[in-house]
Design a protein around this ligand. Sequence first.
Ligand SMILES: Cc1ncc(C[n+]2csc(CCOP(=O)(O)OP(=O)(O)O)c2C)c(N)n1
Ligand SMILES: [Mg+2]
Length: 530
Amino acid sequence: MTPAVPSDLARSLARGLSAAGVQKVFGLPGGGPNLDMIGAAQELGIEFVLAHGEVAACVTAATFGRLTGTTGFAVVTRGPGLTSAANGLAQATLDRFPLLLVSDAVPAEHAGRVAHQRLDQVAAAAPLTKWSGTLGTADPAGTVAAAARLARAAPAGAVHLAFDPTVPGDPVPPVPALPATDAAALDRARRLVDAARKPVVLVGLDAAREAADVRDALKALECPLLVTYQAKGTVPESWPTYAGLFTSAAMERPLLEEADLVLAVGLDPVEPIPGPWPYRAAVVMVHGHPVETAYFGEPLLLVGSYGELLPALLEPCRPVWPAGTGREVRRRDLARLEPAPGQASTAGLRPHDVVTTTQEILGDVPVTVDAGAHMLVAMPVWQTDHADTVLISNGLATMGFALPAAIGAALARPGRRVVCLVGDGGLCMVLAELETLARLWLPVTVVVFNDAALTLIKLKQGDGQGGPGAVGYAGVDFAAVAAGLGVPGRVVSDVAQLRAALSTHGRGPLLVDARIDPSGYPHVLRVTRG
Ligand SMILES: Cc1ncc(C[n+]2csc(CCOP(=O)(O)OP(=O)(O)O)c2C)c(N)n1
Ligand SMILES: [Mg+2]
């Protein structure tokens, strides 16, 4: 039997959450102390948002934290609650989203006798988190506040606390201090910048934390700028220097081969696609905290604030790129992504048209994108001038991200419509969260790229790798399923229907089941990834 948690302990925990700026608690309780914690948090005005799955609860919490500048907070039960949350912890950690997860635990006092649901939860969560420990009776408010701070400290990630009210608990390690900027390295980097004629700037996820300073520093720079998936919008895509996406694949290769210096600003090594670094140009990395550098060969790393480092680094920059190079590269690459002539769709919507029509009707709104072939079209074709509006799991690249992330984004940006672009496979992984969306009646438009297959994997499948049965489904009527879960749904199979459906939403959610023709994807995959 789990002992009842003393209410003053739960209240003290809730006070710690409140002091740490936690605004909402997400999760799925078991019958243990976390119910007391939810109740105590509610007493302090911290709302509880119930999910259907622990992964979804974590992703929603982490996204809410990421967009509100706080730590997302989730609670789950012990045993299966914690083990079910594993992918949510990994998502937060590898995508650098701030998440604090508190799980119940079999109390140490009873562990010699109780084997039911007993796991070493602290050890189970350790490799998925920045830190995992026990939350006990010793200063619970201080412990959750310190854990929330640690989760948020760059690089943000997940922190796990197993709640055991029969032990004092573990002290949370302090946030590591940042090293002072290396003046000699800055000097060397400035000399490289001074000598370069054709520098290319890569903007990565860490730069989004200081987007305003990064924009100020890059605004007048006449070099092509590429951004990673997670940095989309950190520099406005309407700038003439904006040249498109950097994933470390084929699309950006011609530009990077021409570069004589690569300036990687906030580029986290978790972002590029695994593979060799084929460029000869020297690399200077500017980062807000120490990072691994090995992916890029032997780059020069400068650590410090972007607002201070970038102006000093870029001051001697005298590029000779023809004016408008970025815009021209982008125009050419978007044209290359278009399906080749003769590949016009006869069997449904072209994924391109789904993305452009959705943006045409709904505008430059916050968007979440799932993992899959649809992402290869959505990421380059969706356009934004705003930081923190395109959310994707790239470091973990997990399916099942986009819907719970859209719920978190809609809660973080009240009054704004949020778009969720998701494949049929990824949506099925978190389908029940449509009920969460309906219950909260959030303004989220879910657009499903329905091709009844795990198409990205189908594209990579060779002979002797399982055939259609390994990657194909019978097909789902998502509009009917959505209606059953409380979300109005429409099936569309051409642009006119899509346009009409997207225009019909009221104040709440809408699901558009877009029956797409996947036949253009092999071309997109070749152009983007080679
Ligand atoms: C949780 C998880 N499982 C498996 C994968 C591997 N994976 C990446 S994309 C993909 C297929 C996605 O299918 P769907 O959601 O229908 O999108 P589509 O590729 O068809 O556009 C798979 C299985 C993953 N990234 N995440
Ligand atoms: Mg699919």
